[in-house]
Design a protein around this ligand. Structure first.
Ligand code: 1BO
Length: 272
């Protein structure tokens, strides 16, 4: 497994995203993923599956310390006391003493960012999280957060795949030694039918999805593809035995645009 280093954190480059995985299916997929060699699981309070993620982790038999577990605080818990209480509730659902990474899930302009970051930093100081970071933050918000937070922020988790140009966010993260963690890295399955990626993949005996994940890894980006199918779990982690050429990387970069976003909500910030 390849790791991405960021502000003192070592993050496994491929993780399992669990957005929209529920109940027994979620626990089963987490267990299978860990048995297949995954060492990074991503959940969130709003996914309502932290209990199942914890159950899958225990059922896998993999040592707790060998797995990098991320959860995210939902925006309704951004007032300082709420944040601390909600993180303790997350830990009790996961049945863990601490998570490896704790993120603010989306920006929430209703609560001053400095107050929320103070509580996030305090959660780390109390030992509830080994590392902290943000998600869905724009360049301006990254700058504000880095300037305000008393503890290092190790990542911004954002939507990123070949159809969405995220050059500005990537540049801001790299200036602050923060990792970019890509959610929906295979564009909610759209990549599987992409002709350019399939053509590049044929050259390497890999699928279009594997080329896409490899393209992210070669940028030092962490990817957290979600799947409920065991064969896809194996496919998504089998991306460490080939290299894309500079020409192939560049060709894939030309597919991105700011309009390629697939996840948007009324409460989202004004994107870069
Ligand atoms: C509302 C969930 C977006 C991705 O984590």
């Amino acid at each position: 497994m390849h790791f991405v280093e960021a502000n003192g954190a070592s993050i496994p480059a491929i993780g399992l995203g669990t957005w929209e995985l529920q109940g027994r299916d979620c626990a089963r997929v987490v267990e299978q993923a860990l048995r297949l060699g995954y060492r990074h699981i991503d959940t969130a309070q709003i996914y309502e599956n932290e209990r199942e993620v914890g159950a899958g982790l225990r059922a896998s038999g993999v040592r707790r310390d060998d797995v990098f577990v991320t959860t995210k605080v939902w925006t309704t818990h951004f007032a300082p006391n709420d944040l601390e209480r909600s993180v303790k509730e997350s830990l009790s659902r996961l049945r863990l003493a601490a998570v490896d990474l704790l993120l603010l899930h989306w920006p929430n302009p209703q609560v001053p960012l400095a107050e929320t970051l103070g509580a996030l930093a305090h959660a780390r100081q109390m030992g509830l999280a080994r590392h902290i970071g943000v998600s869905n933050f724009t360049v301006a918000l990254i700058e504000e957060a880095v300037a305000t937070c008393a503890e290092p922020l190790v990542c911004d988790q954002v939507e990123y795949h070949p159809y969405l140009d995220q050059a500005k966010v990537i540049d801001a993260c790299s200036r602050h030694d923060m990792a970019v963690v890509a959610y929906s890295p295979i564009a909610k399955g759209k990549i599987k039918n992409d002709e350019v990626l399939a053509r590049i993949g044929a050259h390497h005996k890999k699928s279009a999805a594997q080329v896409c994940l490899r393209w992210l890894i070669q940028q030092n980006v962490v990817a957290i593809p979600r799947t409920s199918k065991v064969e896809r779990l194996s496919e998504n982690i089998d991306v460490f035995d080939f290299n894309l050429s500079d020409e192939e990387m560049t060709e894939i970069f030309t597919m991105g645009s700011p309009q390629g976003r697939l996840t948007n909500f009324g409460f989202a910030p004004k994107w870069d």
